[in-house]
Ligand binder design. Structure first.
Ligand SMILES: Cc1ncc(COP(=O)(O)O)c(C=O)c1O
Length: 371
């Protein structure tokens, strides 16, 4: 059976070239492998125009490892993180702070509402003890885009550190370190760069990183130590995910050939448009207003019909060649469909056709969500 296409926000569908880059084994001490690491670090910095101001520190593990490492390394033990929350990944930032013993406050929004820079401005004015703002750029729990540039300006005006979880936006939505003052941008290999999962990376302002010695709560999560070791030896501090690194290098090559952030973002936007219009034609409605929807992942209301059941829906669509994603909302029954990965709008149309076929096979007639 042909492998189904992943319509999920990472792991996602990769190109054959990217997968083939993993067919060779690499020694972690070998100079050729370390050259790849060096190239990736330089290329990732270019994506946010951070050459000269920022340093790229890669880290083994999933995206959350990178977020935890960033908070633990950058926020000193007596720091105070303001976390605006409009979804599950923002909540995870707050949870990380709690776990590792960093003081935090949240600014809470409904999951369908964008975070507002003016609210952050007010909070920073009221509470001078806040030292950092930590924002999820695209809140993948719903697919909402948060206003990074505005929030970064507010944080800079108040001289606060700005930490951005750009896991699901990095490489598809522009982040410009020259105009958006960010202390740290966190991304991962298996998202919009279309690599495979297994490592994260944190782009940290050098002037900030230089002062982070001794902050980290954990040896493995200490980005200062990882950076220092890499600078001295060109090697990873502990066993690197060699195949993931090789695949990311090849994936970045294809990203550049495609035309970088603008081209990748444009392809995903077309995917997203095609998906939403196709699903609307079937009677599905998306959870978010179009104006705040990022072209990364779309949350749809589940049909109100009693014949609908997510498990069966998932497996019927899978049999037709596509992997969907469950919803992550507490307030409404939903499911999600990713727009990111190595495919274009034609795949979105075929996925919508597979969903139409599934709806019929399951005998679902009422697609509109319950009021
Ligand atoms: C915005 C955001 N932050 C953090 C993560 C956590 O990544 P992981 O599940 O790889 O640990 C994700 C994963 O999709 C994400 O989308």
């Amino acid at each position: 059976m042909k492998a189904p296409i992943l319509l999920t926000p990472g792991p996602l569908t990769t190109s054959r070239r990217t997968r083939e880059a993993m067919l060779r084994d690499w020694g972690s001490w070998d100079v050729d492998f370390n050259r790849i690491t060096g190239r990736i670090r330089a290329n990732l910095l270019k994506i946010i125009h951070g050459e000269g101001t920022h340093e790229c520190v890669p880290l083994q593990g999933s995206g959350t490892f990178a977020v935890e490492a960033a908070i633990g390394t950058i926020v000193p033990k007596n720091g105070h993180v303001l976390v605006p929350v409009n979804g599950a990944y923002c909540q995870r930032i707050a949870k990380i702070c709690k776990y590792i013993g960093r003081r935090f406050s949240t600014l809470d929004y409904p999951e369908s509402a964008q975070i507002r820079a003016a609210d952050i401005e007010r909070r920073l004015a009221e509470d001078p003890s806040v030292t950092h703002v930590a924002l999820a750029h695209c809140e993948t729990g719903t697919g909402i885009l948060n206003p990074l540039a505005e929030v970064a300006q507010v944080a800079a005006r108040h001289r606060k550190g700005m930490i951005v979880d750009a896991m699901s936006s990095f490489g598809a939505i522009e982040i410009d370190a020259r105009t958006s003052p960010v202390d740290a941008v966190i991304g991962a290999s298996g998202k919009c760069l279309e690599g495979v999962p297994g490592m994260g990376f944190i782009l940290i302002r050098r002037a900030v990183l230089e002062k982070c010695e001794g902050n980290a709560h954990s040896l493995a999560m200490d980005l200062y130590d990882q950076w220092m070791y890499m600078e001295k030896t060109t090697q990873w501090r502990f066993t690197p995910p060699t195949h993931v690194v090789a695949a990311l290098d090849e994936a970045i090559r294809q990203f550049e050939e495609e035309g970088g952030v603008a081209a990748r973002g444009a392809r995903y936007a077309k995917n997203c448009d095609q998906l939403i219009s196709g699903m609307q034609a079937l009677g599905f409605s998306s959870f978010l207003p179009r104006a705040v929807q990022a072209p990364i992942i779309v949350t749809f209301h589940a049909p109100a019909d009693p014949a609908y059941e997510f498990k069966r829906f998932y497996s019927e669509v899978k049999q037709r060649g596509y992997i969907l994603y469950p919803g992550k909302l507490t307030q409404a029954e939903t499911f999600r469909i990713g727009c990111i990965g190595h495919f274009g709008p034609d795949v979105m149309s075929s996925a919508v056709a597979a969903i139409a076929d599934t709806v019929k096979a399951m005998g679902i007639t009422r697609i509109a969500a319950a009021a």
